[in-house]
Design a protein around this ligand. Structure first.
Ligand code: TXA
Ligand code: MG
Length: 348
């Protein structure tokens, strides 16, 4: 398949480009589009066979449900069987924005979208291209992140191009995504609201509005409530070590690991804070990628997936990553870093 990559204005999207994309979506085709978090791979959420194409293009396991994107409340009402008071509060405070709500579904939502679950995940994105595209299509749009399954989510049109070229007819490219990590997935179907995936809206922000909020912490014996959380995501090709703790010790240890890596003829990549970078520069890693300042987690979030992807592109064999402080957006960043590193985490 030939893939068209169209550059679109992120703030004032061109009407004819939206029209072209909407026509494809209505015809049951896939379109990749920007959201404020990451790029999505969209299909008509009411068309089961269109949604099946999403799983094929991504190589996504069939048991991992899709988020449905809407542009107004009426569109969501059609898909949701019951809104709890907590769900209503979330809509008022956080939509449009990086918060996905898990709620009981109506029969309008095809089984393939929810992977057979009784609940559907819905979000209203705030990116003008996403909102206007859904409006123009007049349909709810099912969209996972537009990466190949297992890869870091795409935060730029180039990332999508690399993963989806030849697999889908159209990519709307509006450059980089603002938030850079995916939406928070929150179960508000009843009982105490529970975070199934940390993301763009923090637990602290949710608690300020909802009171108590739980976090789903899957154990060895219990599967996560968001099926996607069980997969090893964001996996770069190279081995990755995540270091958490005092910067001074991290810098020392990284220096040591760089030397050790070089002695074994490995290409070493470093993902670190702006503050630590000057101290690691002279250790001559093959790649030194600054995630952002320790004091600006938003910056780290928006650069994170670019950094992981760059390691693969440069053929890095060993990735050394500096952790950030937990809490707020830091929790979502650490969740992604931990997944990328697998079990290799050093506390110091
Ligand atoms: O920011 C985002 O959420 C991006 C943009 C494109 O909107 N989308 C995204 O989708 O990250 P995806 O498919 O990569 O991740 C969706 C997560 C998965 O972990 C999935 O298992 C979970 O949400 N999920 C989807 N539907 C669910 C449901 N009905 N119940 C529980 N978890 C669900
Ligand atoms: Mg994803």
């Amino acid at each position: 398949m030939q893939t068209k990559r169209r550059h679109i204005d992120g703030r004032h999207p061109e009407a004819e480009l939206l029209k072209e994309a909407a026509e494809l979506l209505r015809a049951g085709e896939l379109v990749a589009f920007p959201t404020e978090t990451v790029y999505g791979l969209g299909a008509n959420a009411l068309d089961a066979s269109a949604c099946v194409k999403i799983f094929e293009a991504k190589g996504r396991p069939q048991d991992n449900p899709l988020i449905v994107h809407v542009c107004n409340r009426a569109m969501a009402d059609n898909l949701v069987a019951n809104w709890t008071p907590e769900a209503e509060l979330c809509v008022q405070h956080f939509w449009p924005g990086p918060l996905t709500l898990v709620m009981p579904k109506t029969s309008k939502v095809p089984e393939v979208v929810t992977a057979g679950l009784a609940n559907v995940a819905i979000r209203m994105p705030s990116h003008p291209v996403a909102l206007r595209l859904i409006e123009e299509t007049g349909l709810p749009i099912a969209a996972p992140s537009a990466n190949l399954s297992g890869k870091p989510s795409p935060t730029s049109g180039s990332h999508v191009w690399r993963d989806m070229k030849g697999k889908i007819p159209l990519i709307l490219d509006a450059g980089s995504c603002l938030v850079g990590v995916e939406s928070t997935v929150l179960d508000v179907s009843g009982g105490i609201p529970t975070i199934l995936r940390p993301g763009g809206i923090s637990r602290e922000q949710l608690e300020a509005v909802l009171g108590e909020v739980r976090v789903d912490t899957p154990s060895e014996t219990q599967a996560p409530k968001a099926p996607g959380m069980k997969y090893r995501h964001y996996a770069p090709r190279g081995e990755m070590i995540l270091m958490i703790g005092s910067s001074k010790r991290i810098i020392q240890r990284m220096g040591h690991e760089i030397q050790k890596g070089h002695a074994r003829l490995k290409k070493v990549g470093v993902l670190c804070s702006l503050e630590s970078a000057p101290f690691l520069h002279n250790q001559l890693p093959e790649l030194l990628f600054v995630l952002g300042s320790k004091n600006r987690p938003e910056e780290v979030a928006s650069n994170l997936f670019e950094g992981l992807r760059l390691c693969d592109e440069r053929g890095i064999d060993l990735i050394l990553a500096e952790g950030v402080e937990e809490g707020g957006l830091g929790t979502a960043i650490m969740n992604r870093l931990q997944k990328a590193a697998g079990k290799r985490v050093l506390y110091m």
